[in-house]
Write a protein that binds this ligand. Structure first.
Ligand SMILES: Cc1cc2nc3c(=O)[nH]c(=O)nc-3n(C[C@H](O)[C@H](O)[C@H](O)COP(=O)(O)O)c2cc1C
Length: 445
């Protein structure tokens, strides 16, 4: 059989999708504070044989812009953040095969807590859990967790390395066959098959024994999306799924080839990790219908959306600068949020001291064009996905222009076209996310 693509839905436990204007769309559902909202999306995705519904997260409301949250609230720019684990659980309990991914930060949580939450999710969903490992990025998150400023970028990754060692250590501290549960003999578990971790490191201490027996997948699937040099090395070491942002196909092809070469050098092998770029898809029955839809969506955007979200992601207050005032070298060096955003603007604008206008124009933050947008008939979208697949990626993170219609349209129109071409499966291969991704279950004991 030909290789087939991996499809992931990019979900948010908030009032809008990744596209901040989505809540303004006339067809956007308004019941994002209910379990039913997430469950409806989950059922749609499972019907479309998606591999994974994945929830992003940030641990603060966007309030770096003008050092205030009022405009964020008024305009609804990612102004609500529910706990994604609970929304994902609601979705997981309404489905039976779809993977359920959640973002958790290694900078603000404790390893034992994260290990436990994901092992529990894996138990309760019959082996469908995935953790998106993030290191967090701005001072607003730091302030919510008792710190003035966010930890420096590379230190965040140092901490994340040790964090992952502990989480994986706990997950491996129960043998697969440790549980006996024999009422007749009265033996519950074999104590020889459960160990303490006894971790003492630079950032953490954690003793164990772990409180959750080995879960159906053995270890939940790990997702990572580092874009810096350090981040990509980390992603290649730990990730099973790696999410990326490509400005276009050509850059994507180069980046994909480099990442696969790197994987081979590290000994994990080219196919050990699946790479999926974030994209939008605006599909219509016809090309014209899709273009009309796209035009209506673009009209929902307000300029303030981009400025608020640039300030959030770069951890720099864009209200402090004139729109055409170049950043000083000191300001550029001091950017402590996602540095890949800054670097992309420098490369694309050709200026080492870009202006806020350059940041807006070259990142297109807050608009659909932040990611590649596939717009058109099912055939046109499938053509584009086919061109990307295998040369630039192993699958896609499908972002929603608005919820739930984006996913309903994609599943109704694009999925059958991909299936007809043999590019996408028509059935789930198994019951766990690992089965469905074709990743082996690690054995212990
Ligand atoms: C598709 C995608 C989803 C992401 N989701 C989150 C998220 O939910 N929370 C978060 O803090 N960062 C998220 N990130 C950011 C990455 O974790 C990472 O911090 C960022 O790409 C910068 O890379 P670096 O950490 O190597 O500098 C996401 C990135 C991508 C490409």
């Amino acid at each position: 059989m030909n290789r087939q693509m991996t499809l992931i839905a990019f979900l948010q436990a908030q009032n809008c999708s990744n596209f901040p204007a989505s809540w303004r769309h006339p067809d956007a559902a308004g019941d994002f504070l209910t379990a039913a909202y997430y469950q409806r999306i989950g059922r749609t995705l499972e019907g479309g044989k998606f591999h994974l519904a994945f929830f992003d997260d940030r641990l603060a409301i966007p309030d770096v812009y003008a050092d205030d949250f009022k405009v964020t609230m008024k305009e609804g720019i990612r102004a609500v953040k529910l706990d994604p684990m609970l929304c994902a659980s609601a979705l997981g309990f309404a489905t039976s095969k779809l993977g359920v991914g959640v973002t958790y930060s290694t900078t603000y949580y404790e390893p034992i807590h994260v290990a436990r939450v994901f092992a529990t999710l894996d138990q309760l969903t019959g082996g469908r859990s995935a953790w998106n490992v993030v290191t967090s990025l701005n001072n607003s998150e730091a302030a919510n967790f008792g710190n003035d400023v966010v930890l420096e970028h590379d230190l965040r990754y140092d901490r994340a390395e040790e964090f992952l060692e502990i989480v994986r250590g706990h997950w491996r501290s129960w043998d697969d066959d440790a549980l006996i549960v024999d009422k007749k003999s009265g033996v519950f578990a074999d104590p020889e098959k459960v160990r303490r971790l006894e971790h003492k490191g630079q950032w953490f201490k954690s003793r164990g024994p772990f409180t959750v027996p080995r879960s159906p997948q053995g270890e939940p699937v790990l997702i990572q999306a580092g874009q810096s040099g350090r981040g990509r090395t980390f992603a290649a070491k730990w990730g099973d799924l790696v999410f990326v942002i490509y400005p276009n196909l050509k850059v994507g092809q180069k980046s994909y080839a480099d990442f696969k070469d790197h994987l081979e050098k590290t000994g994990r092998g080219r196919d050990a990790v699946k790479i999926a770029p974030a994209v939008y898809a605006v599909v219509g029955e016809t090309q014209m219908e899709a273009e009309d839809k796209r035009a209506a969506i673009d009209k929902l955007v307000k300029p303030i959306d981009g400025l608020v979200l640039l300030s959030e992601v770069l951890n720099f207050d864009f209200a402090k600068k004139g729109y055409d005032e170049p950043f000083t070298t000191e300001e550029m060096d001091g950017i402590s949020g996602i540095q890949a955003f800054r670097d992309r603007v420098v490369t694309l604008s050709g200026r080492s001291n870009p202006t806020p206008r350059d940041f807006v124009e070259f990142t297109r933050r807050g608009t659909l064009d932040e990611f590649p947008v596939f717009t058109g008939s099912p055939k046109k979208i499938a053509d584009e996905m086919e061109e990307w697949f295998g040369t630039a990626c192993d699958g896609f993170v499908i972002s929603a222009t608005h919820v739930p219609s984006s996913y309903e349209d994609f599943v109704r129109l694009v999925v059958p076209e991909l299936q007809r071409r043999g590019l996408f499966r028509t059935e789930f291969q198994g019951t766990t996310l690992r089965d469905n991704l074709g990743i082996a279950r690690p054995r212990v004991g």
